[in-house]
Design a protein around this ligand. Structure first.
Ligand code: IPE
Ligand code: IPE
Ligand code: MG
Length: 247
């Protein structure tokens, strides 16, 4: 049995929080509204969570907005999600910039519309030098694809290398978010307890926090609760509790 009294409290904030924003559809269904309205409400929740994380000094926040698997949803839902993403890029970037937020979009951008791609380039360029919160939005992102792309990039960079040369350290720089601390806290809303192909490499040692709240209901208080849970955990990274508490 775990001796809870031995647990060392780490009153440190997570440097990098990753969130699987799930439950928009169910939020709408409960209210007999179209799914799209759940996504709209989800965007409002997203804006508040971004502002809060920026205020409390989180270094990186990674939000899962659209997975490589989400293309399989009905066409109409996909196109509405894309419109919402475009609107966010058109209307919110200036405000993010004023708040010193650096915006980064990860995922396979080439499958997104030209218009979205152009806005992404502009937004990333405009905010590139900001040193407040780094906001990573995962759009058409898949963790497996991330790993495969990294291997391909590594091979292109080192054409003479063989697979025997490949190590975790050598591959890491080619994966998404390699310039940032690894996610230390993963939050998933909506009651499901799965990773759904999000940042599978990067989250090898993230602490998981699952909330039954649907994403549109998730607010400041909810994320503070998740952060508090994180600060009470002992991260051992394969070592023993005694080793961790020695340092
Ligand atoms: C998450 O909410 C948003 C996206 C996947 C884009 P869902 O749309 O998955 O909501 P549920 O899971 O159907 O309630
Ligand atoms: C994960 O949610 C993807 C995003 C939040 C963008 P899903 O609702 O697509 O995940 P599954 O299908 O329930 O695993
Ligand atoms: Mg879902």
């Amino acid at each position: 049995m775990t001796n809870l009294s031995n647990k060392k409290k780490t009153p440190i904030l997570p440097k990098h929080i990753a969130i699987i924003m799930d439950g928009n559809g169910r939020w709408a269904k409960q209210r007999m509204l179209p799914r799209f309205m759940g996504h709209q409400k989800g965007v409002s929740a997203l804006k508040k969570i971004v502002a809060h994380c920026s205020e409390i000094g989180i270094e990186s926040l990674s939000l899962f907005a659209f997975s490589t698997e989400n293309w399989q949803r009905p066409k109409d839902e996909v196109s509405k999600l894309m419109s919402l993403f475009l609107k966010l890029l058109q209307k919110e970037v200036q405000k993010l910039h004023e708040n010193n937020v650096r915006l980064v979009i990860i995922g396979n951008k080439s499958a997104l519309s030209k218009e979205i791609q152009e806005h992404i380039i502009k937004a990333e360029y405009l905010t590139a030098k900001n040193n407040g919160l780094t906001l990573n939005i995962a759009a058409n992102y898949g963790g497996r694809l991330d790993i495969i792309s990294a291997v391909k990039k590594w091979q292109k960079e080192f054409p003479m290398a063989t697979l025997d040369d490949l190590t975790e350290e050598k591959l890491s720089p080619f994966l998404s978010l390699s310039d940032q601390p690894l996610p230390d806290l993963l939050i998933r809303t909506g009651g499901e307890q799965r990773i759904s192909n999000f940042l599978i490499w990067q989250m090898a040692y993230a602490e998981f926090y699952f909330s039954d709240e649907l994403w549109p209901d998730f607010d400041k208080k909810s994320i503070d609760k998740a952060i508090e849970s994180f600060t009470n955990r002992e991260r051992r990274f394969g070592k023993t509790s005694e080793q961790v508490n020695q340092c």
